[in-house]
Design a protein around this ligand. Sequence first.
Ligand SMILES: Nc1nc2c(c(=O)[nH]1)N[C@H]1C(S)=C(S)[C@@H](COP(=O)(O)OP(=O)(O)OC[C@H]3O[C@@H](n4cnc5c(=O)[nH]c(N)nc54)[C@H](O)[C@@H]3O)O[C@H]1N2
Ligand SMILES: Nc1nc2c(c(=O)[nH]1)N[C@H]1C(S)=C(S)[C@@H](COP(=O)(O)OP(=O)(O)OC[C@H]3O[C@@H](n4cnc5c(=O)[nH]c(N)nc54)[C@H](O)[C@@H]3O)O[C@H]1N2
Ligand code: SF4
Ligand SMILES: [Mo]
Length: 878
Amino acid sequence: MVAGEANDIRSTCPYCGVGCGVLLKPDGDGGLSVRGDPDHPNNRGRLCSKGAALGETVGLSERQLTPQIGGRNAEWDEALDLVAARFMDVRAEHGPDATAFYVSGQLLTEDYYVANKLMKGFIGSANIDTNSRLCMASSVAGHKRAFGTDTVPGIYEDLEQADLVVLVGSNLAWCHPVLYQRIAAAREARPEMKLVVIDPRRTATSDGADLHLQLAIGSDVALFNGLLAEIARQGAADEAYVAAHTRGFEAALAAAMADDPAMTGLSEKDMSAFFDLWIGNEKTVTLFSQGVNQSSAGTDKVNAIINCHLATGRIGRPGMGPFSITGQPNAMGGREVGGLANTLACHLELTDPAHRKAVADFWKTPTVPQEEGLKAVDMFDAVADGRIKALWIVHSNPAVTMPDADRVRRAIAACPFVVVSDISLRTDTARLADVFLPATAWAEKSGTVTNSDRTISRQRAVLPVPGSARPDWKIMAEVGQRMGWQDAFDWETPAEIFDEHARLSAIAGEAGLDFDISAMAGMDAAAYDRMLPTRWPQRRAGAIDRFFADGKFFHADGRGRIVPVSYRPPAAVPSRERPFQLNTGRLRDQWHTMTRTALSPRLSAHLPEPFVDMHPDDATQLGLKPADLVRLSNDCGTAILRLRKNDDVQPGTLFAPMHWTGENAPASRIDALVASVTDPMSGQPESKASVVRAERFDARWHGFAIAQDRFTPQCDYWALARTGQGYRAELAGSARPDDFERWARNLFGLPNAAAQVMQDAARGSFRIAFLKDDLLLAALYIARKPIALMRDFLTGLPGSEANWALAGQSRADMPDPGPIVCSCFSTGRNTIGRAIEAEGLCTVEAIGAATSAGTNCGSCKAELAQILRRFASAEPVD
Ligand SMILES: Nc1nc2c(c(=O)[nH]1)N[C@H]1C(S)=C(S)[C@@H](COP(=O)(O)OP(=O)(O)OC[C@H]3O[C@@H](n4cnc5c(=O)[nH]c(N)nc54)[C@H](O)[C@@H]3O)O[C@H]1N2
Ligand SMILES: Nc1nc2c(c(=O)[nH]1)N[C@H]1C(S)=C(S)[C@@H](COP(=O)(O)OP(=O)(O)OC[C@H]3O[C@@H](n4cnc5c(=O)[nH]c(N)nc54)[C@H](O)[C@@H]3O)O[C@H]1N2
Ligand code: SF4
Ligand SMILES: [Mo]
């Protein structure tokens, strides 16, 4: 049903690959109320903090709603004609491979289909690659090696039915919170169910596990080879299964035996506990994510995991199997349409002449390329060295998220013709566009997405299209038509595109491949509109209940491959010059480059500043104090980040989030430090194991600013975040301005506002508050050292009568809540800590009863448990 209760519109959350169903109700004023859809099989009504805050991110304040050419507003006709003409000129003069598209796993399937058809079918190059190269490419390559196709055999129910869930390189509690909660609920119902987390770093996910293996970064192959060897030693291999359905066991076992599990740095005791658990539980799901994929050994890691499942026959049955979880809402859909430079469409292969011919016939085009196109890192190299002269970036922000991001940013800037389709101009990439094309955003557009367990769900337009924004599929189809291919890009609705995609998939089914949704073809607009969540395959030629249930794989001989793999350490080796391994990843309440989540004050309050986690021993050795700023550097670039001293990370390793950009913290772009080393098979970058040096950033002054209106600081370090009352920023500089009052007036754009000033020249401290009619407009607090202020309290003051704000302290009647832990109820860490102490709380439920924290979406439950544990062990909470 399209409409739920009380005319809510059913749609799908645009963030992670869990694919939660949402019920949306426009308030008629541009806003939206959002609830979890109780009838959606993925989430059954649950949402995480990001999904629950979607209503706060649909405003138009940051949107660009007209096309731009060279920075000036333009009509669509002019912009589209220009894009078509420039791409055709480059193609005519330099050949199709001088053009490229860089697209995204957040595109809808229909958008993605059009992009792929335009580039591979008509422009005639395979130079279309996607941010999924940075995300899923190693899993794709590993699946193809093992299974013959890119098949994710598992479904979410398997995670609930398993007796053992192993999470490898996955911070599920933060990155797939609703799925994590489904596992947590299953464990509550069946306490004998075990959870193992394999991650070099302590996380909210590992804190809830029965066993946490803090292996050395990049050593997963050695661990799973150790497991395969132990499986053989204990006689736990399923010999009949191996003989009937696989190839390669002997060679893989020999390679595994030759590897040394000590490379993991794990104790014998932990390793054998893990091996025994894994071997002892037939119903085991091994779920993996970016700690596996984003590695120069990513494909081998994937196969090392799958090997253990094939060797034990633990695949193709309920409650067991390898499970590659997708990150983006439509990472799976992008693989279906063939959005990667080395695939064709519907899991068909570019390099297979029969596949090529079938697709060319279907598309009625003579020009399907024979060669694979450039993978993301190579593509931006080709942009840098001038081979690519026309580039179209859709729904991604590669100037921030590609490895060696400063170089990528320079390459895009130097490219002769760059088109960017985005919803906002305020991105590091969009700022470099020659032509900017304004896309409709999530709540304004229609189509389908496929989640991690192959469930296709509808996204539905619920808000009116603002300004002259257009859906991505439409923009690309119009360009295709203007290039001269009227018929091939002549769709009126996304339903027609879906139908074409479903019909094309019949070819894949006939070729004996896994992706076949031909039974979904033939839907008219009304049927498409009513579409319910549907898991593929949906074949005309008889249903498949579960992939690999019959022991048949997609290699020509029908057998799965157990692939010999050997441990290789990460490409960059720590040295005296660059002694730290830099691990990077995600935070609970931010999505990638923050263009949407940072619009929500609640989400921004969780962790409002970029930081680096460093082990206390390393921090002491470097003479760093708590809250110092740290400068990380290597050959690629530098980043300045706030120090968080804690033993969540191992000595010699660092962790920093990936989210901050030139727009909100220009000195803290973490991918500026990530070397563009890739996995030789998948081309996926090693985003979690670059090497850096670390030192104190010698700031002469530190500052904290709050204001009602947005401001853009000019200093060496700053990080801006939204608050309920406006904005907050951390600031620091290596040179002290002569006149802080003038500096502050410039900063806030308040040349004449009334001000209160408090300063202590000897201590180097300066505070200024700007007021209008007793209401606080803005305030700035400066000191020589990192300043201790009640920040989370101060951020609530702009706009209120707070002529005492300069004190920087909360008042007895308004205690400082501390950093937000529960973003649904804005409950801070201090509030929770006070409740634990005052009321002697010792369970997450008791905290919920006392403070409401964790009682709505539940995304913070893992952190509440962490706070409790740390209180119990008298560890410092931060
Ligand atoms: N809140 C939030 N959720 C998201 C996203 C987001 O931006 N924000 N993005 C979505 C996307 S696109 C993706 S791809 C997923 C990613 O989801 P995850 O893969 O769960 O997230 P990451 O934080 O990138 O990395 C996971 C973990 O890998 C660990 N790791 C690093 N190196 C190694 C290693 O060598 N071995 C092992 N075993 N582990 C290692 C890191 O310490 C980290 O905790 O999240 C999705 N969900
Ligand atoms: N160091 C490090 N780097 C990483 C990673 C890591 O773990 N560590 N992870 C990698 C991974 S897994 C991923 S998936 C990538 C993600 O990296 P990106 O895809 O580059 O990041 P996003 O911020 O999701 O970029 C999406 C862009 O699309 C825009 N947008 C939003 N809605 C629409 C729409 O409807 N249409 C259009 N046209 N645009 C829209 C947004 O404003 C934003 O600018 O980052 C990768 N980079
Ligand atoms: S878990 Fe959260 S971010 Fe992921 S789809 Fe569900 S609500 Fe959206
Ligand atoms: Mo991703």
